[in-house]
Design a protein around this ligand. Structure first.
Ligand SMILES: Cc1cc2nc3c(=O)[nH]c(=O)nc-3n(C[C@H](O)[C@H](O)[C@H](O)COP(=O)(O)OP(=O)(O)OC[C@H]3O[C@@H](n4cnc5c(N)ncnc54)[C@H](O)[C@@H]3O)c2cc1C
Length: 435
């Protein structure tokens, strides 16, 4: 049955996605009321916030998390579920712009977020449908050459789990004639993202951590001890971690002008029969193509095709999500022209101008990590570990990211939208022309 686009309505406080419909049971957490005192207060319960909170709780810190809506409400509970290693920029750009030392530090950490996710799943027995392997597909010869180059760069930093599938070899992985080849990362994968964040939240609580839902921070008061205010309470802490990413709005003005929220849309088909699913994705890996405005897809555990793509700047939705994404799906898999779309949703990720993650401090005791620019499943888990390290007093790895200079979008967020839309139009044209 095809449903109307319903991204703006919510189920149990979550976007009405396939993930919300198949989420593991989770408790309703109370809103913050009154005055509380902890070692660390984390704002935002997505991968960044919950991963940070869990690392800190494992080290014995008393931690409280404030979430404006529900745990996993943001991008972490709605994304493509693709475990993609490394960053949204190639290592040679990082070398050229930030130097060898920065590139070495970031290169060493490029696959660590993925390992953290797998450790979490195993240690805390999180049920989130983990599958192995993801592919970067080339839509033209130029993209295939770029993937070959990309493989060499990753190998230079010690990541050797990659296999280039040239010519038709990719068709053992993807049942589409659309591509010129693909790069298979055996160490990547895919999973149910909402269940991953819920599982880590439960692990955090099992260690004594506290989460308040429906508790948006309304004011951040700096000082020797930070005070985080909500409508009905306040948390006083030695340190704070800001992890609101694209949903933070302007509440922390210092973070608003060097990043921009972008929307991306996802649809999920009806359950496919086994033979069809096997034809589309015989080895059950996740796929993203190499276009600037990329398509990404995979099978869910119950054999629905989850297909995402498109970017809207400023986080606005297109008039019809299904209308926007279905043609992309059919371009890749024409045999699905009669398939029904059961779910359509969208979410916001945070883009930076250089497309590298944005980490740093405000004052000496407020830390932030955000702006993974579309590839945040692994980087947000790395961020959590690095936040844990810096609060323990080990700042080197956090600072390798914090030292990266981020420029504001020209004209700030207001003018960033038309500016970026023009850029996107240009890149979409290049994608279409294959140049
Ligand atoms: C549709 C979509 C598909 C994507 N697909 C992929 C993919 O396949 N692979 C990949 O690597 N990346 C993907 N991404 C990116 C990835 O999901 C994000 O980079 C990552 O989840 C960011 O996690 P986060 O915790 O920083 O932010 P979020 O998950 O957005 O969490 C931020 C949380 O902070 C809360 N918050 C905000 N303001 C406040 C406040 N004032 N007080 C309290 N709480 C607040 C929000 O409610 C939210 O729950 C995708 C993103 C989207 C939107």
């Amino acid at each position: 049955m095809t449903q109307p686009d319903v991204a703006s309505t919510h189920r149990d406080g979550h976007a009405r996605s396939l993930y919300a419909a198949t989420m593991n049971p989770a408790p309703d957490r109370p809103a913050l009321a009154g005055h509380h005192s902890v070692d660390v207060c984390v704002v935002g319960a997505g991968f960044t916030g919950i991963s940070s909170a869990l690392h800190l709780a494992e080290q014995g810190f008393r931690v409280a998390v404030l979430e404006a809506q529900r745990v996993g409400f943001g991008a972490s509970g709605r994304n493509g579920g693709q475990i993609v290693n490394s960053y949204s920029r190639d290592m040679d750009m990082i070398e050229a712009r930030f130097g060898e030392a920065a590139a070495q530090a970031l290169g060493d950490m490029a696959f660590e977020g993925n390992r953290i996710i797998r450790e979490r799943i195993e240690r805390y027995a999180i049920r989130c449908d983990l599958k192995n392997g993801n592919l970067f597909a080339a839509c033209n010869d130029k993209q295939l050459a770029a993937l070959r180059h990309h493989q060499k760069l990753w190998e230079k930093y010690g990541h050797r789990e990659l296999e280039l599938l040239e010519g038709d070899a990719y068709q053992r992985e993807i049942g589409s004639s659309r591509y010129k080849g693909a790069l298979l990362d055996h160490s990547g994968g895919h999973l149910h993202p909402l269940n991953l964040v819920l599982g880590q939240a439960a692990a955090f609580e099992s260690l004594g951590g506290v989460i308040f839902e429906h508790s948006p921070m309304t004011r951040l008061e700096h000082g020797e001890r930070v005070r985080i205010h909500t409508a009905h309470g306040v948390i006083e802490a030695e340190r704070a971690v800001i992890a609101g990413n694209a949903y933070l709005g302007d509440i922390v003005p210092e973070l608003a002008d060097r990043s921009m929220p972008c929307g991306t849309q996802v649809i999920a088909t009806e359950v496919l029969d086994e033979a069809t699913a096997k034809r589309l994705l015989p080895t059950d890996r996740a796929v993203e193509d190499s276009n600037y405005l990329l398509d990404y897809y995979r099978l869910s555990a119950e054999r629905r095709l989850i297909y995402g793509g498109g970017v809207t700047y400023g986080g606005r939705d297109p008039a019809s999500i299904e209308g926007a994404i279905r043609p992309k799906l059919l371009k890749t898999f024409p045999e699905l022209k009669k398939v029904s779309i059961d779910y359509a949703w969208s979410g916001n990720f945070l883009m930076t101008l250089n497309r590298l993650p944005q980490f740093g401090r405000l004052n000496h005791n407020v830390y932030y990590a955000q702006g993974y620019s579309g590839h945040g499943v692994t980087s947000s888990h790395l961020a959590g570990r690095l936040v844990g390290e810096i609060i323990k007093g080990e700042s080197a790895r956090f600072d390798a990211f914090a030292d990266i200079r981020h420029l504001p979008f020209p004209g700030g967020r207001r003018f960033a939208v038309p500016f970026s839309a023009m850029g996107a139009w240009y890149y979409a044209l290049r994608d279409r022309l294959g140049v």
